[in-house]
Ligand binder design. Structure first.
Ligand code: AGP
Length: 613
């Protein structure tokens, strides 16, 4: 997804903006550019490809100035190219824009502006914005007013930053709908704008977050906010605790590997401060509901995308078994198109790491419109999902830079397990002793996760043997069926090998036709209440000459004899096994992808936060 960075202050804007873009690389992009205002000129440098290309241009002809904006583009309209890369300029080359989102009515606007004599240089929808601002400016509007007037004509979701030679001391930033965030960073005699916190965390932790339909005017001395109609908005600042060092690789080859090994801490941090034992209790600091209100929910609706959707599937097992409440899980991108049933007695849970996935955000709005109360399970502090929910359970995983979600996923499972315990207690579905024991199992989990991660389980050997395979099949039953889906997603999204997750019991209804020695089968068979049945499915694979990579409990000799390779995890309570069985599958995917020379942290075509529908 596109990234936005802006700076106005006393320092050289080039380096600050460029390094900010580098911090946003993980969002996925195919071209980049930046512009500075200096000595009465607009200096623009743009390139297709990675930031290293842009850096070359900057070194050849370093632009100078103390106010600038930069952008990493993930192409939607117009191929990845230098001319389509942002920033884009108006006809006179005095006004500059960078933009996240899609101008859904760009065709009619472009035609109208062309008829007025505007000259377009790119194929992008974005360019209509800067020509609209130019047109309003020509009628005498200030930059702020021209931006407000222009934005009122746009359809779609947008995050924009503009600057102009005519008012060279300010940036004008705005947010319409859900095209990723717009964050204002407050410094000493300097100010920052970014679509994502990591871009500016090196410089400040004092932030303000724009909401929908808000415009910020930013100068080196500060900022103010107005709505599209010009009425002032009182915008408080927040000090965020994310540590820029935490967003660095710290010696690991890839962010993803670092984040895999950060999971025990991420889970501990997500638990911290939320559980007490004897008598057991669960506490969520940002959820305002009383026990009576928790009891008033008659059903739970969970939405998410990709990995977050898998977390929702696992939460269904936790909530239905522990709290005895009916749960439905849906893809966020499907939910709002099926005329869903939701009302005041529905708890709508949006699971999202970035908090900016537009399908999730629009589902939240749809659920609220139908009367549901909305709970966010969110990682990104101050994100739109966190701010628009009625209550939020933050997963304290810290910045997740690798596009493939790992520590955010197990942190989501932790938060959802706590939710299940909270609802179980409110509904008196669990005795206090059972609750105490469930909390104890959770508290022991980070140690068990660290144990799994620190084992040498032959991942290199597995990567050597299977990195050239073209297909994988992942099998799991019960609460580990979604882990089969997650293991398949991890492998396919970073190694580009086709991988499919399937309920183990379903294999004989079709996929068994695929079994051969060319397609490794990864089967999760921990000693839970469906263990025996899963062993049968594994035997069916073996009988047809399949290659088996098992994920089983320590000491399971039978499984060891049946499988060609066995990845071991310690035992834990059945609801928490996914937080252990996910780990070997993450490492398997990582080592296979690395062996294939793939771009593990920024896989092709993928983005960390999908802010387009
Ligand atoms: C998971 O590894 C993928 N990166 C992707 O499926 C991701 O989970 C999905 O896009 C949802 O993102 P979110 O949690 O930020 O909403």
């Amino acid at each position: 997804m596109c990234g936005i960075v802006g700076y106005v202050g006393q320092r050289d804007a080039t380096r600050i903006v460029f390094e900010g873009l580098r911090r946003l690389e993980y969002r996925g992009y195919d071209s980049a550019g930046l512009a500075l205002l200096g000595d009465g000129r607009v200096e623009v440098r743009r390139s297709v490809g990675k930031l290293a290309e842009l850096e070359r241009f900057l070194e050849q002809e370093p632009p100078r100035g103390t106010i600038g904006i930069g952008h990493t583009r993930w192409a939607t309209h117009g191929k990845p190219s230098e001319v389509n890369a942002h920033p884009h300029l108006d006809c006179r080359g005095e006004i500059v824009v960078i933009h996240n989102g899609i101008v859904e009515n760009h065709v009619e606007l472009r035609q109208r502006l062309r008829d007025q004599g505007h000259v377009f240089r790119s194929e992008t929808d974005t360019e209509v914005i800067v020509h609209l601002v130019e047109a309003y400016g020509a009628e005498g509007a200030s930059l702020e007013a021209a931006v407000r007037l222009a934005l009122r004509e746009l359809r779609g979701n947008h995050a924009v930053v503009l600057m102009s030679l005519r008012e060279p001391d300010k940036l004008v930033a705005a947010r319409l709908g859900n095209a990723g965030g717009v964050t204002i960073g407050v410094g000493e005699g300097e100010m920052f704008v970014a679509s994502d916190l990591p871009a500016i965390l090196d410089h400040t932790r004092t932030m303000a977050f724009l909401d929908d339909q808000e415009v910020a005017v930013v100068t080196r001395d500060g900022f103010y906010c107005v709505r599209l109609d010009g009425t002032p908005v009182d915008k408080p600042t927040t000090v965020v605790s994310w540590d820029p060092v935490a967003a660095a690789k710290n010696g690991y080859k890839h962010f993803m590997l670092k984040e895999i090994y950060e999971q025990p801490r991420a889970v501990s941090d997500t638990i911290r401060g939320r559980v007490r034992q004897g008598p057991a209790s669960i506490h969520f600091e940002n959820v305002p509901w009383t026990d009576a209100e928790w009891r008033s929910f008659r059903r739970v609706l969970i939405v998410g995308c990709g990995t977050a959707w898998h977390a929702g599937l696992i939460a269904k097992f936790m909530l239905e078994d522990l709290a005895r409440v009916p749960v439905e899980v849906d893809y966020a991108d499907e939910f709002r198109y099926r005329n869903p049933i939701a009302d005041r007695e529905t708890l709508f849970v949006a699971v999202t790491q970035s908090g900016e996935t537009v399908d999730v955000l629009v589902s939240m709005a749809e659920a609220r419109r139908r009367g549901a109360r909305v709970l966010g399970v969110v990682n990104a502090i101050g994100s739109q999902a966190a701010r628009s929910a009625d209550g939020v359970i933050y997963t304290h995983a810290g910045p997740e830079i690798g596009v493939a979600s790992t520590k955010a996923f197990t942190s989501q499972l932790t938060a959802l397990y706590l939710l299940a315990l909270k609802m179980a207690q409110a509904r008196a579905a669990l005795s206090n002793d059972a609750l105490d024991q469930a909390i104890q199992h959770l508290l022991e989990l980070p140690h068990r996760m660290g144990d799994v991660l620190n084992r040498d389980q032959g991942y290199d050997d597995l990567a050597n043997r299977y990195a050239k395979c073209r297909n994988f099949l992942f099998l799991g039953r019960g609460i580990n069926y979604p882990i089969a889906l997650e293991g398949a997603l991890k492998l396919k999204e970073i190694s580009y090998i086709h991988a499919e997750g399937y309920p183990a019991g379903e294999m004989k209804h079709g996929p068994i036709a695929l079994i051969d020695e060319e397609m490794p089968v990864v089967a999760i068979a921990v000693r839970d209440h469906v263990y025996e049945k899963t062993l049968n499915n594994i035997a069916q694979v073996k009988a047809r000459g399949g290659v088996l990579i098992g994920v089983g409990n320590d000491g399971d000799e039978m499984l060891a004899q049946t499988c060609d390779h066995l990845l071991h995890v310690p035992a834990t309570n059945e609801h928490l096994t996914p937080l252990l069985t996910a780990l070997p599958l993450q490492l398997l995917a990582y080592h296979v992808a690395d062996r294939r020379g793939c771009d593990v942290d920024q896989p092709r075509n993928l983005a960390k936060s999908v802010t387009v529908e």
